[in-house]
Design a protein. Structure first.
Length: 401
């Protein structure tokens, strides 16, 4: 599975203008190809595919000077990427291709021999030759991998990155038979069956207060105003800081688990469905009205799930510990005693306390669930204690996982 080795680009102001122009061209070509593909109907013939679109691109470059000033390599690669996205959609491995927006999707990809034009300057710096831009410096934070393609991107904060597509070697197994269970939660990001509690760092109290203040000020701004753009940039900076901390925590945690344990077991959670926006619930006291707090409470839970990087942690574990990650059913892991196997909703006293009503076992609720996951006991609790199991399925990770 391909991974991305990212480096921080350091373009000059002139180079940054040229890079933004390349991003606009790639976005324009992608959106034009998406518009052609979206026009398909049953009563019309097939829409153009890559070969025909590449010919149309050649004609367009001959007719429009602003498009001709860009790199043909970048524009053709945007068509190849879109064609691959369509194939992935029809193969049911990815979602439908979507529109690319200015300020949100800023980037392009280089593939082939031009992607190998990298030169090391010294111990800290190297440079890459970007078509129609020239040699752009980037910081050497790690060895440059042997890759045949790279992607140049710009985030909302204005930082430029260079990402090489490479397949890193997996982390070798420690050679033991030790198994660990990982229970993901909101209050505790990840609880291990060994008793360790891991918390993903986010914004500090001061930063979170500043974020809420900026959002309140932004809500009072006129759309498209200069003040609104400045506030959006400040909010994006805080969000990028939280994202950097989350990714750093996930990388360190996944590497540590892959090195220490032979088998890693996690819950098989459908995070996309769990974080989906709920439907408004009608208010029985107001005909035609809806309960106000349902979506607000669910939105808070969704933010907690996404802020702890549940999906990213499992994906990086699967990439680093290839073939050693097992997924188990998540049902009743937080209600089942890890000592006697007794399952009942009353076992979970609170978000953090587990006390078995049968044997009296007392433990941290998240650690108890992690022990069940490590043992593969997220299974048929009905067969173990049929009289005490509620016929309803336990809500997954309503507070802590």
């Amino acid at each position: 599975m391909a991974s991305m080795a990212r480096f921080r680009l350091s373009p000059t102001p002139t180079q940054e203008t040229a890079l933004l122009e390349q991003c606009r061209h790639a976005r324009y070509v992608w959106n034009l190809a998406l518009e052609q593909w979206s026009m398909w109907t049953r009563d019309k013939g097939p829409t153009p595919r890559y070969v025909e679109q590449a010919r149309q691109l050649t004609d367009a470059r001959a007719s429009f000077g602003w498009l001709r000033r860009g790199s043909q390599t970048v524009q053709q690669q945007a068509l190849r990427d879109f064609d691959q996205a369509v194939r992935n959609f029809h193969g049911r491995t990815h979602q439908r291709p979507t529109w690319r927006k200015s300020g949100l999707h800023e980037g392009f990809r280089i593939v082939g021999r031009q992607a190998c034009r990298v030169m090391k300057l010294n111990r800290k710096w190297a440079k890459v030759n970007v078509p129609k831009v020239g040699w752009v410096r980037f910081r050497l934070s790690r060895p440059v991998p042997d890759a045949r393609s790279y992607r140049v991107t710009r985030d909302r904060v204005g930082r430029w990155h260079l990402a090489f597509a490479a397949i890193p070697p997996p982390i070798p197994a420690p050679g033991t038979t030790e198994v660990v269970g990982v229970d993901r939660g909101v209050t505790v990001s990840a609880a291990l069956s060994t008793g360790e509690l891991l918390t993903c760092p986010g914004l500090s109290g001061t930063e979170y207060s500043r974020m809420k203040d900026l959002q309140r000020r932004l809500s009072r701004c006129r759309r498209g105003s200069s003040r609104g753009r400045r506030l959006k940039a400040a909010i994006a900076k805080l969000q990028a800081r939280a994202g950097d901390r989350r990714r750093d925590c996930v990388e360190k945690t996944s590497t540590d688990l892959a090195r220490r344990f032979e088998t890693i077991r996690v819950e098989d959670l459908r995070i996309a469905q769990m974080t989906r926006r709920p439907k408004a619930k009608p208010d029985p006291n107001r005909p035609g009205g809806y309960l106000p707090n349902r979506r607000r409470a669910k939105a808070g839970l969704n933010r907690g799930v996404l802020a702890n990087g549940w999906g990213l942690l499992v994906r990086r574990l699967e990439e680093k510990a290839v073939g050693r990650v097992e997924k188990v059913r998540p049902a009743y892991t937080s209600q089942t005693c890890s000592v006697c196997g007794h399952c009942a909703p009353d076992n979970r006293e609170s978000q953090a306390v587990f006390r078995c009503t049968a044997c009296g076992h007392h433990a941290n609720a998240d650690v108890n669930a992690a022990v069940n996951i490590a043992a593969g006991r997220a299974v048929s609790a009905r067969r173990e204690t049929p009289a005490r199991v509620s016929p309803k399925r336990e809500p997954q990770h309503t507070a802590s996982g």
